[in-house]
Ligand binder design. Sequence first.
Ligand code: GDP
Length: 426
Amino acid sequence: MFHAVVGAQYGDEGKGKMVDYFAVNADVVVRYQGGGNAGHTIVNEHGKFALHLVPSGIFNPETFCILGTGVVIHPAHLVRELRQLEDRGISTKRLIVSERAHLVLPYHVWQDAYEEEKRSRKVGTTLQGIGPAYQDKVGRYGIQIGEMIHLDSFRTRLEAAWAAKIERMPALADYGSFESMWAELVDAREVLLPHIADTLPFLMEAEQSQKHILLEGQLGIMRDLDWGVYPYVTSSSPITGGVFAGAGIPATAISRVTGITKAYTTAVGEGPFPTQLDNEIGQFLQDKGEEFGATTGRARKCGWLDLPALRMGAWLNGYTELALMKLDVLAGLEKIGVCVAYRWNGHTYSMPMPAYQLEDAEPIYEFYEGFSEDISNCRVYEELPKTARQFIEALEADLQIPIRYISVGPNRDQTIIRNEVVSLGK
Ligand code: GDP
């Protein structure tokens, strides 16, 4: 059984917590796209962890974790992450890396810095080389991680790739030498070799033996290369569509899709963000929600929930259920706003438009009564204040998707499960 967990907003929705939660019953967790540039924060019985590349299933000693073909991997960064986990007693033996996943090479990191510096309109990249690695993959200059296995041919490949790179971008030669790059890669290779494999037979076998397989994305629909706020997007497809290529499974395989959304919206970096609140409420959400990036430490912009983005995600991702995260953060607000549509150029839009329109779109809000109680100890739906339930049920009625999980704190147990979701009709 394949179960996809996808971000319904701009990323940082709390996917890490929910994947960690679902991974308790999962046999395999697969990361299907992205690189080590974003992070999941996970709080469980082992402590607090910031994961960048390793799937959140790593904490369950029974679960296999796969980095799929659609992921790009910086070898030294992956090694650092594995060492940090091992140092804290978490075994990383069950990590399998697809031999077809592409490498993020040191020169991709240099290229990221060089290109962002030169851009007049900044993309807001995390400068970790992810975009350039995907560019090389698409441009057919990339190197797959499986090519590291044979050291001599790997060196020949890397020499050729580096020569081609500096021919196209001579300025990169000033950033570092081939030999320093090579030494770093040879070190990392030693640690990574036992993890590199063909993941296809493994997943086919897992499916045939009825295993529970979780598919974990990075970022969210509004950063999708095709459907997000281009060009302020990531270089891969976080949407469910990205799963098939990035994990390597057939379109008919997925039976469950959980969309993860906060009860409000956050975004980091550049680009349009129509529901941003540049006022004391935005500040309240940032402070109370501790909205700072797990990898970069960058402050996240905060605003009201954006229903058009959730609607687009419902169509593109095929959510069978939603998890509403960080509801506890809203406690203390007198009113809770929800953007129900945008206005742009005299027209009303119920789903996000391309970035050039969204940039000056005006959000249309509806307001719900807030709640003042601390809800972080609630474990049953009926314990939530009535106004919180009204807010949740209004979202469900609009989206026509059950909100099956409600998260009221970062810990795994701070999660309300609704087995009977009956509030769908208007
Ligand atoms: P991800 O990339 O989608 O996994 O999201 P992040 O991990 O970057 O951001 C989510 C942050 O919110 C993390 O620090 C989590 O520990 C925290 N978090 C997750 N769920 C909740 C919740 O329901 N309430 C609160 N207060 N924090 C939460």
